[in-house]
Each structure stands twice: as structure tokens, then as C-alpha cells.
Ligand binder design. Structure first.
Ligand code: ARG
Length: 498
């Protein structure tokens, strides 16, 4: 069945169905479609368009469709064009003639926009919760790492030693910005399009504010044309996920390098590694490689979506159907990577002696030598040239740098002491710096930031559970708390881990 059969004669051509039918992927929106429909029914009852009894019948039917979906017995028919058709078809089977009133004053255009915002709100909060879980792993590993250090690199050349904790938390702070972006996107998309109709609103006395409240949206649309054609939130979500993916990719790349024999900075747990079908000795970092590899498609989804949107005239165009698959895929892929990478980081064994040996190279204190000279009154540019000259001489004449430093009248013993293992990193004392004192403070700040982000997420998750208005259709819908509460109860995101 199509919902628009009356206008066109005969059946849809097979090729058209193949091109346009979306139920294979938009069935993902079923629970949101039911929530939106329940709110709409309550709105119709409030407007006097449905009797209380009719509203009850429809709400009960929608409840049953929800139960059938939850228990996996709901059957999508090959003739269901999309999820909206499937739900309305089943409601009509259950509710008889009253089912024919469900779509009053509504279009699939405002309906699908509503569904996708509900889905995005929940899913992005779930992703953010999983980012926090990965941050917690990084924090734990950072705390355990104590004063272990490794080379910090610029241009992939050893530059200055940094604490392992500092390095791990660098990723943690990048992820904190991802959480911030995801939550900001959720806050911005928290607008109900329901009531915009096909594009222009309605002649019926509908109340978009009322249905927005029913669904726990922060507000309703301001402009019906914008409401049905706005997919900014999809593009934003795809950007958030692509950038998060880029961060995960960089982490993955690093673990590929660190677990190689060349680096030898860590050994991956067997559960988070893979073998080779041909080479019996191999232990491969596939999790880290997939973290890196998945990012290509995440970036592709973003550019694809922006390209789909860029030429569209107002208002709804069928092109917009292309918003769902990239978004669903991006969320699924990022979540899979987040979980696996959290496990990888949680279980990797660090080889601190290898890290430290690499960081204790003779030139790791070069800038400390220059800064010693600065402290003694030499302008930095001269100090830099002097130390660079010693490094060059050390290499050219095969003389250990420490001997040249010791022998230099401006450096001597104090200079030589700076070359002792572990000394350079201990001197990175400025706020946000890589040494133990600064990192201890950073850890405290990171813990506080995680607490703040967890509470932010918690508040949003609670909003999904709680309905701001009581159920107003008498006898309709059982759950106190209205459609938003029912909706959230069915699909509660995991509360962010404490
Ligand atoms: N499957 C469609 C989409 O995802 C639903 C809206 C259809 N609207 C329409 N006017 N054909 O965009």
C-alpha cells in the first residue's frame, strides 16, 4: 500500500519501488515514528479533531505496534513504502476506520523530520556516553602510568620527553571537545517540526507547542518551510562524528606504530589483536587499523550529505531521504570503534623501559641546556646556537654530548646533570605542561571536566525519560509522563558510566 494511491492509477513500476522504497533502512525510526504519532494523536484530541474515544483507540493501536516491534514480531510488508506507511498500515489493521484519521493534519514531511530528530537526540547522547567511557579508560591508564615517560615527537622526530599520562590525556581532551560538540548538536536539534504539515502548516486548529512538549522537545519550529527542509542537524551530527572519527583514527594510528616491533612501546592484549591466515607468527593491530580505516567513510558521509543539501530549493524534496543511511551508519560505526578502542587501551601493556630508553636520547635535554644558559643571562638565540653547535660537534666528532657539555665553561656540571635520565621531563613544570607536577594538576582538571560532562549528559538523558506535561488525552495512553516518557523508556540510552 502507498499512502497516496488515490492520485495515481495502477501499481508503481518495479524500478520505481526499487529506487525509492526506504523501509529497509528507515525501519530504524519505528519507535520514534510511534512516539511522534502518539503525540500527534494527543494533539488531535486536544484540538477536538478526534474524540477522546478515537484517541484512545489510536493510542492503544500505536502501543500495540510498539510492542510488536519491541518483541520482534512486527512484520514489514514488501508493499510498505517506508516506516511511516508500515506503522499507519498496521494501526489501521488494528484500529479499523479510526486508523484512517491518524494522518489528519500531518504530512510525512514533518513526520520524518520529527522522527529523525528524536532518533538523533537519543543516538548522539548514546555516542557521547561511549566517548566518556573511552575517556575514563584513558584517565585510568594515565593515572596508573605514574611518572613513566616517552619521547614526545614533532615532525615524527623525537623532540622532548613527555609523561605517558600527558600523552594519553592529550587524546582525552580532544575527546572532551567531541562530547561538547555532540551535546551542543543535541541542544540545537531539540526543536519539534511536528505541525509544519507538508510545508505550510494547517487549517485545522493544531498546536505545535503542545506536541513539542509531548515529545520533550525544548521548542517548536518557527517556520514551517524551514521545519520540513532543515537537515542542518544531520550535517552537524555527521561533522561531529567525522571529527570524532578523525580523533579515533589518530589514536588508532598511534597504536599501530607503538605496537610494532620497531617502536615496541606496547603489546596488545590477545583479545584485541588478530592473527594472519598465512603467517603463523603474526599478531596484528586490526582494531587500531579499523579505527583508522572507518574514518574514510565518516568523512564521506559528511561530504555526501552536504552535497545532497546544497542544491535543494525549499521545501521538502525527496533527496532528503538520503539523510538517513549515512547518519545511521556513522553512528553505528563510531560506536563500534569507540567500544573496541576502549578495550584496546584498557588492556594494552606498556613497555615503559622501551619508551624511556627512547626518550633518554642524548639530545632530549637540548632545550634545557639552552634554558640553563638563559637563566644565567645568555639571550636565547645565542644559547640555542651554542647548544646546536655542541650537538653538531658531538655527531661530527663522535664525542658524547655529555662530555662536551661538562667541558663547556658556561654549562659544566649543572649542564651535565640535565642530561641524566628523567631530568628533562621533570622540568616541564608550566601549567598544562608535560612534567609530573603539571600533569598531576591536569589530571585533577580532567577528572572535573569528566564530572561536568557526565552531569550534562545525565540531565539530557533524564529529559528523555521525563515528560514535561501530563497525559492529557483522557483514557489515552497508560504511562504517566506522556509520549516522551514512553518513548525514552523503550530505548533508554545507557546512563554515562560513573
Ligand atoms: N521516506 C521519506 C524521507 O525519508 C519520507 C518522507 C516522504 N515524503 C514525501 N513527500 N514523499 O524523506
Amino acid at each position: 500500500m502507498t499512502l497516496w494511491q488515490g492520485r495515481l492509477a495502477g501499481e508503481m513500476a518495479g524500478e520505481v519501488a526499487e529506487l525509492s522504497v526506504s523501509v529497509s533502512f528507515d525501519s530504524e525510526l519505528a519507535i520514534d515514528d510511534i512516539a511522534g504519532s502518539k503525540a500527534h494523536v494527543r494533539g488531535l484530541a486536544k484540538a477536538g479533531i478526534l474524540s477522546d474515544e478515537e484517541a484512545s483507540v489510536l493510542l492503544e493501536a500505536l502501543g500495540q505496534v510498539g510492542a510488536e516491534l519491541a518483541s520482534g514480531i512486527f512484520v514489514f510488508l514488501p508493499t510498505d513504502e517506508d516506516v511511516h506507511t508500515a506503522v499507519e498500515r498496521r494501526v489501521t489493521e488494528l484500529a479499523g476506520d479510526t486508523g484512517a484519521k491518524l494522518h489528519t493534519g500531518r504530512s510525512r514531511n514533518d513526520q520524518v523530520a520529527t522522527d529523525l530528530r528524536l532518533w538523533s537526540r537519543r543516538s548522539l547522547l548514546e555516542v557521547a556516553g561511549e566517548v566518556v567511557a573511552l575517556q575514563e579508560v584513558l584517565l585510568r591508564r594515565a593515572t596508573e602510568a605514574g611518572d613513566a615517560y616517552l619521547p614526545g615527537y614533532t615532525h615524527m622526530q623525537r623532540a622532548q620527553p613527555v609523561l605517558l599520562a600527558h600523552h594519553l590525556l592529550a587524546h582525552g581532551w580532544a575527546l572532551a571537545r567531541d562530547v561538547d560538540r555532540l551535546v551542543a548538536t543535541v541542544e540545537r536539534l531539540d526543536v519539534s517540526p511536528l505541525g509544519a504539515g507538508a510545508l505550510a502548516g494547517s487549517s485545522l486548529p493544531l498546536d505545535p507547542d503542545f506536541v513539542a512538549e509531548q515529545l520533550g522537545f525544548a521548542s517548536r519550529f518557527e517556520n514551517s518551510l524551514d521545519a520540513v527542509s532543515d537537515r542542518d542537524f544531520v550535517a552537524e551530527a555527521l561533522f561531529d562524528l567525522a571529527l570524532l572519527g578523525v580523533h579515533l583514527s589518530r589514536m588508532g594510528e598511534e597504536m599501530v606504530l607503538w605496537s610494532s616491533e620497531e617502536w615496541g612501546f606496547c603489546t596488545l592484549a590477545d583479545a584485541y589483536a588478530t592473527g594472519s591466515s598465512m603467517l603463523p607468527q603474526k599478531k596484528n593491530p586490526d582494531v587500531a587499523e579499523l579505527a583508522r580505516g572507518k574514518t574514510g567513510r565518516l568523512v564521506g558521509h559528511l561530504t555526501g550529505m552536504l552535497t545532497t543539501l546544497k542544491g535543494l530549493p525549499l521545501a521538502y524534496n525527496r533527496d532528503l531521504q538520503e539523510d538517513k543511511e549515512p547518519l545511521f551508519d556513522a553512528v553505528a560505526q563510531v560506536r563500534a570503534v569507540l567500544r573496541a578502542l576502549a578495550g584496546l587501551y584498557a588492556t594494552a601493556e606498556w613497555h615503559q623501559e622501551r619508551m624511556q630508553a627512547a626518550a633518554d636520547g642524548p639530545t632530549s635535554a637540548a632545550v634545557d641546556l639552552a634554558e640553563l644558559l638563559v637563566a644565567r643571562g645568555t639571550p636565547f638565540r645565542q644559547a640555542h646556537a651554542l647548544v646546536a653547535g655542541l650537538v653538531r660537534e658531538s655527531i661530527a666528532r663522535h664525542v658524547p654530548l655529555v662530555e662536551l657539555v661538562q667541558a663547556h665553561p658556561d654549562l659544566g656540571d649543572a649542564g651535565a646533570q640535565l642530561l641524566e635520565p628523567g631530568v628533562p621531563v621533570s622540568r616541564r613544570t608550566t601549567p598544562g605542561g608535560a612534567g609530573p607536577v603539571a600533569v598531576a594538576e591536569q589530571v585533577e582538571r580532567f577528572v572535573r571536566r569528566l564530572d561536568v560532562d557526565r552531569s550534562r549528559l545525565e540531565i539530557h538523558v533524564q529529559t528523555l525519560y521525563a515528560s514535561p506535561v501530563p497525559d492529557t488525552a483522557p483514557g489515552a495512553g497508560s504511562a504517566p509522563g506522556g509520549a516522551a516518557a514512553e518513548h525514552a523508556a523503550g530505548h533508554a540510552p545507557p546512563p554515562p558510566r560513573a
